[in-house]
Design a protein around this ligand. Structure first.
Ligand SMILES: Nc1ncnc2c1ncn2[C@@H]1O[C@H](COP(=O)(O)OP(=O)(O)OP(=O)(O)O)[C@@H](O)[C@H]1O
Ligand SMILES: [Mg+2]
Length: 597
């Protein structure tokens, strides 16, 4: 199996320049890319030569009146059919090859970005919306498709048409050819000028659109609050204001496009008239034939169509370009927490954990300052403390989601910052504070830490976690899907699935963050049994607000503002009359089993 880091090729440019990313994504698809480009160039040349064939037809037709041969007309018509046939066939070749290039580049881009983004740190994801990252990946990848589409079948075709038309026109009349060239240059320059002026308008439309999507997502995620607080009218009005803003911005942006079209039409009228006028004058002096007039008219007709859409195509490509750049800027940030160079695989034998003078802060928010803690091999340590004391953070730094600012954390004497994060995390089972589940079957969710687990093992783990019964009651049993983030399950059911997952993973270190907080007392008592089994022979850190759940622990530590203020067994701490005993007194009587102490 390929390791996560080899999922993208080593030549991944990791820079935000859309051109370089496009070249990178196209590289594996070079064969269809070259075939489609060659096909477009030849087909474009043939199609642009058709005005010349029309000239031949018209001249041969005119010659008939003066006794010319019918063969010449027949020959010219046959040439037209042949050119048409060949050009059409080559357009389809370009279609078949181009779609391989376009879909291939899109796939390479998505594969690379999806793989790259999964190596970002927890911090990266805490600062961004998952939906927005997914959107950025989609924009960058569909951008690859749009660029192939626009360059191949618009810009390249236009470029070929201009060159070929210019050459043909040049042989008829250099003067007409240069006026034609003047038209192309003026039209291109004006289109580019107006596109640039339009950029802020388009960007504004994009911004309002993003705002609208963001508001809709925010509203839908909080739909229960809206319903329960009866604020529907308020929400609808709030969103309607932005919808109106989007409507007006859309009209302004589009109107601009219409003005550019008018300018293009005026140019076409002006230059087309001049070219025709000169052609007719030259015909009067006998320099040009009827066929030449037909040729000039057909060129004007053909090129006008292309130039007409030049403005909107440049606009499209500049929007796409901006979107790709914006997306890459967000995704291709350097990984905040790469494995250190020469990182080794963590080997765990005793599973002894040491925090040695550890300091840590989230930006400016200090959490730990000089934290020292030794957890012996096989020791079970309970962690209590007020909300925000840093309990979950203790787990995050141990899992190396964040680098500590000072000091070090070791497992069996090895500094965890010197080992690969994968090997570290393989050694630790986590039951998180708010377990989220994949929208996959229950079986897959339970087996997440042991992908090769048999159904029997999965069921056994679920049984131990007191989850088997409720899973069996679900319509699909172990194959049931649990909804996005597991929303179709109750909080307690999600916790039991998370416990089953940890049981099955069976790692030497177990970290439980409020693992049973959402369970009723009865289930909790039942599950304590399973947890005792699970904890056997493992080094355990268990965080709990409900102190009764920690009574089995070998030691309990009390965290306050990132320092350990008390440490000892439950009995010792109750006697010590400190923070713990105060917390305990608050809770005593609140739970049946607490009273039984
Ligand atoms: N990603 C983050 N960025 C910035 N600050 C954070 C982040 N996560 C947590 N904090 C802050 O760090 C402090 C410790 O948070 P932590 O989650 O460790 O608390 P806790 O002891 O687990 O609390 P609780 O009992 O409520 O779960 C809190 O003040 C919290 O606001
Ligand atoms: Mg917490």
């Amino acid at each position: 199996m390929r390791g996560a880091k080899t999922m993208w090729r080593s030549d991944f440019p990791k820079d935000t320049n859309p051109a370089r990313f496009f070249l990178f994504s196209s590289k594996p698809h070079i064969v269809p890319a070259v075939i489609s480009i060659v096909a477009v160039v030849i087909a474009g040349t043939l199609a642009s030569s058709i005005p010349y064939v029309f000239k031949l037809i018209a001249d041969a037709g005119a010659a008939l009146a003066t006794g010319g041969s019918f063969d010449a007309l027949f020959f010219a018509c046959a040439m037209y059919v042949l050119f048409l046939l060949l050009a059409k066939a080559l357009w389809r070749v370009s279609g078949f090859a181009g779609m391989r290039w376009s879909n291939g580049a899109r796939a390479t881009a998505r594969q690379t970005l999806s793989s790259y983004v999964t190596l970002h740190s927890r911090n990266y994801f805490s600062n961004r919306f998952a939906g927005s990252i997914a959107n950025k990946i989609s924009h960058a990848t569909s951008g690859m498709h749009d660029i192939v589409d626009l360059t191949l079948w618009n810009f390249l075709e236009l470029f070929v048409s201009i060159i070929v038309s210019f050459i043909i026109a040049f042989f008829v009349s250099p003067l007409i050819a240069f006026i034609f060239l003047g038209w192309v240059i003026v039209a291109t320059a004006l289109n580019v000028y107006f596109v640039r002026k339009r950029v802020p308008l388009s960007a504004y439309v994009q911004r309002v659109e993003t705002k609208l999507t963001g508001m809709t997502v925010d509203l839908l995620s909080n739909i229960t609050a809206m319903q329960e607080y009866a604020r529907r009218t308020f929400e609808i009005n709030r969103i309607e204001e932005v919808i109106e803003e989007r409507r007006r911005a859309g009209i302004r942006n589009w109107s601009y496009g219409e003005y550019v079209l008018i300018i293009n039409n005026v140019l076409q009228f002006l230059f087309g008239s001049i070219m025709l006028f000169i052609a007719i004058s030259l015909m009067r002096t006998g320099v040009l034939s009827l066929g030449d007039i037909v040729l000039v008219i057909t060129i004007i007709f053909r090129i006008e169509g292309h130039l007409q859409s030049l403005g909107s195509n440049i606009n499209k490509v500049s929007n796409t370009w901006g979107e790709i750049q914006e997306s890459l800027r967000e995704i291709i940030e350097p990984h905040e927490m790469p494995d250190s160079t020469g990182a080794t695989e963590l080997m765990v034998s005793k599973a002894e954990i040491r925090f040695e003078g550890v300091s840590f802060s989230y930006g400016d928010i200090g959490v730990f300052g000089n934290l020292n803690l030794i957890i012996q091999s096989g020791e079970r340590v309970g962690v209590v403390g007020r909300s925000g004391a840093g309990k979950s953070t203790l787990m995050r730094v141990l899992l190396h989601h964040h680098d500590v600012t000072n000091g070090k954390i070791t497992i069996d004497g090895t500094d965890i910052s010197k080992v690969t994060q994968e090997s570290l995390r393989r050694a630790i089972s986590v039951v998180p504070q708010e377990p989220l589940l994949f929208h996959r079957s229950i079986s897959e969710n339970i087996a997440y830490g042991k992908p090769d687990a048999t159904q029997k093992e999965i069921t056994e783990a679920a049984r131990l976690a007191e989850a088997h019964e409720f899973i069996e009651r679900l319509p699909g049993g172990y194959d049931s899907l649990v909804g996005e983030r597991g929303v179709k399950l109750s909080g307690g059911e999600r916790q039991r699935i998370a416990i089953a997952r940890a049981i099955l993973k069976n790692a030497p270190i177990l970290f439980m963050d409020e693992a049973t907080s959402a369970l009723d007392s009865e289930s909790e008592v039942a599950i304590q049994q399973a947890l005792s089994e699970l904890m056997k022979g493992k080094t355990v850190i268990a965080i709990a607000h409900r102190l009764s759940t920690l009574r089995e622990m070998d030691r309990i530590i009390v965290l306050d503002q990132g320092s350990i203020v008390e440490s000892g067994t439950h009995e010792e701490l109750v006697k010590a009359k400190g923070v713990y005993s105060e917390l305990w007194n608050h809770q005593a009587g609140g739970f049946l089993q607490d009273v039984l102490v």
